[in-house]
Design a protein around this ligand. Structure first.
Ligand code: NAG
Ligand code: NAG
Ligand code: NAG
Ligand code: NAG
Ligand code: NAG
Ligand code: NAG
Ligand code: NAG
Length: 480
């Protein structure tokens, strides 16, 4: 090999190193979100929502039954049954088969904190029960299909985003960014980490996302940097307690810990690791024990093993990839999640053109912007690599032609797959009179049926789709 070639390879090596460094993931992520399954957003299935007893309010979603919280509050005795029907029909084996046919190798599954039922204060918080059993069922189907899973803590305790159906409750009373709710989110994290490793149905879970879309103004999210660090420490503390090696984390050998033969005692003994983990994380582990036990009973999960059996069982498990929204999601001096990393970590960027502020509302500006996208490089410069695009779609601020949507799909896939890959929002949208045309630009499966997406997600209708737009700075690409 010539020294020039060698130099060249080592330079590009640095650029591409990250995409392959994620245990449990395909080299390139082609995926979708399983949205509106375990966190229901009425706008995506308005007819079903109305049939469940929900409402579609005109402007302000806090004014009618337009969130899981509002529906559970309105129908306290029948809400679990109503949601069971939804969970069973919105995502099932037929959908998994379609994902396989569509070449999807990964899914992101949005979850609410209430799926860990003991965390819900039933005197003031209203959510359906039984979702965890559906998650277990769906994950089993996904793992049999060989599809990698990102579990996404999407709707957080106390509500993390004002006026949003995706927050679980539509309200301006945002209480997530407080010690009490950070603590509950960390217990959730400990339970999900333990389930991912211990329940064979969870075996294709490879990443845990700390939180979906915090408020963008970092002055409104006090304590988020501390939470990011505690999130990673919680995942790693659970893994160390279960005997799963974490790359880059050397732990002092603990004979007591390696003798643990059940999850409760393993969690309990993590206090012996107090020199590594901060006191809040140790409190989380202690508080997580009874919560985990209750969830494990609900899932009929065996948590007791013969001496050494726990370790043998988990010897092939790999540390989870911890996952955060990228640092550029927020402004006003945000904390950088890269500072929290211990072991494998990945970053998530969401990009929607239809909400404004990205590019002027016309075809050329959209294509010019996405073809010259600099987010992957900018994030990498801040340590936020590898990066995937965990939410995006074909929606536009203007009436798009079929011809444009083919280009729009190609161009976004082209730019997003320069990073770790992409997961489109959403896998499906209800087809109904009430939903109108929503599916055309928001549903991957509908986009595939209509031919906007190629049958093989790694392919393009036109691999040169971006050629006319790259390196063209003659027009103003920023608009509102
Ligand atoms: C929605 O309604 C609530 C309750 O009346 C109010 O506090 C809030 O400011 C409204 N939000 C918007 C965006 O209008
Ligand atoms: C549950 O919520 C009620 C009402 O907000 C509150 O008074 C109570 O202290 C909460 N319970 C716990 C265990 O936090
Ligand atoms: C979970 O896994 C166990 C053991 O493989 C299996 O018996 C059970 O049916 C699975 N549960 C679900 C809901 O798929
Ligand atoms: C777990 O193990 C500890 C220590 O060996 C033991 O005291 C405890 O009873 C066990 N708990 C369960 C639920 O098996
Ligand atoms: C898009 O088309 C619809 C129906 O033809 C029309 O009512 C609407 O004004 C158009 N919107 C834009 C932004 O052109
Ligand atoms: C830049 O845009 C103009 C106007 O659409 C186009 O004619 C030209 O070919 C583009 N230049 C490059 C380098 O792509
Ligand atoms: C722009 O295009 C020209 C001609 O194709 C090329 O020489 C130049 O390197 C490009 N500049 C950038 C910043 O990509």
């Amino acid at each position: 090999m010539s020294s020039t070639l060698f130099l060249y390879l080592s330079l590009i090596g640095a650029c591409f190193f990250s995409a392959n460094a994620l245990p449990g993931f395909a080299d390139k992520i082609y995926g979708v979100n399983i949205g509106s399954w375990l966190v229901l957003e009425p706008w995506m299935l308005p007819a079903e929502w109305e049939s469940m007893g929900g409402e579609i309010c005109q402007s302000n979603c806090s004014k009618c039954i337009a969130s899981e919280f509002a529906l559970a509050q309105a129908y306290p005795t029948t809400v679990d049954e109503k949601f069971k029907g939804h969970w069973e029909t919105w995502f099932n084996q037929e959908d998994v088969d379609q994902l396989v046919d569509a070449g999807m190798n990964t899914v992101r599954v949005p979850l609410g904190y209430w799926i860990v039922e003991p965390l819900v204060n039933r005197t003031s918080e209203f959510y359906p029960k039984g979702g965890i059993l559906e998650l277990q069922r769906g994950l089993r189907q996904l793992s049999k299909a060989g599809i990698t899973v990102i579990l996404d803590h999407h709707a957080l305790p106390g509500v993390a985003s004002p006026g949003q159906m995706f927050a679980g409750r539509c309200t301006d009373d945002v209480q997530f960014y407080t010690p009490y709710n950070y603590h509950r989110a960390l217990i959730w994290t400990a339970v999900m980490t333990a389930l991912s490793h211990l329940d064979p149905n969870f075996s294709s879970v490879a990443a845990l996302e700390a939180m979906n879309e915090p408020i963008m103004d970092a002055t409104k999210t006090p304590g988020l940097g501390e939470f990011q660090k505690n999130f990673v420490q919680t995942v790693r503390a659970v893994e160390i307690s279960l005997g799963i090696p974490v790359p880059g984390l050397k732990c002092p050998p603990s004979p007591r810990l390696s003798a643990a033969n059940n999850v409760t005692s393993a969690f309990g003994m993590v206090s012996t690791l107090s020199s590594i983990f901060n006191p809040e994380v140790l409190r989380v582990l202690v508080d997580a024990v009874p919560v985990f036990e209750q969830v494990a009973r609900q899932l009929r999960l065996n948590t007791a093993f013969s001496q050494g059996g726990l370790r043998r069982r988990l010897s092939r498990r790999k540390a989870l990839v911890t996952n955060f929204m990228d640092v550029t999601w927020q402004y006003n001096n945000p904390s950088n999640p890269a500072d929290a990393a211990i072991g494998p970590q990945a970053y998530d960027n969401h990009l929607y053109y239809s909400f404004g502020g990205v590019a002027a509302p016309n075809e050329k500006a959209y294509l010019t912007h996405v073809c010259n996208l600099d987010r992957i490089q900018n994030d990498a410069a801040l340590g936020n690599s590898p990066l995937w695009f965990g939410e995006w779609g074909l929606s536009t601020q203007f009436n798009a032609t079929d011809e444009f949507l083919c280009k729009w799909a190609d161009a976004q896939k082209y730019s997003y797959s320069k990073g770790a890959g992409w997961l489109s929002w959403n896998f499906k949208i209800e087809i109904s009179t009430l939903a109108g045309d929503t599916a055309r630009q928001w549903s991957y499966m509908e986009g595939l049926r209509r031919g906007y997406f190629t049958k093989d997600p790694s392919q393009f209708h036109d691999p040169n789709v971006c050629a006319p737009y790259i390196n063209n700075t003659s027009i103003d690409i920023i608009g509102t």
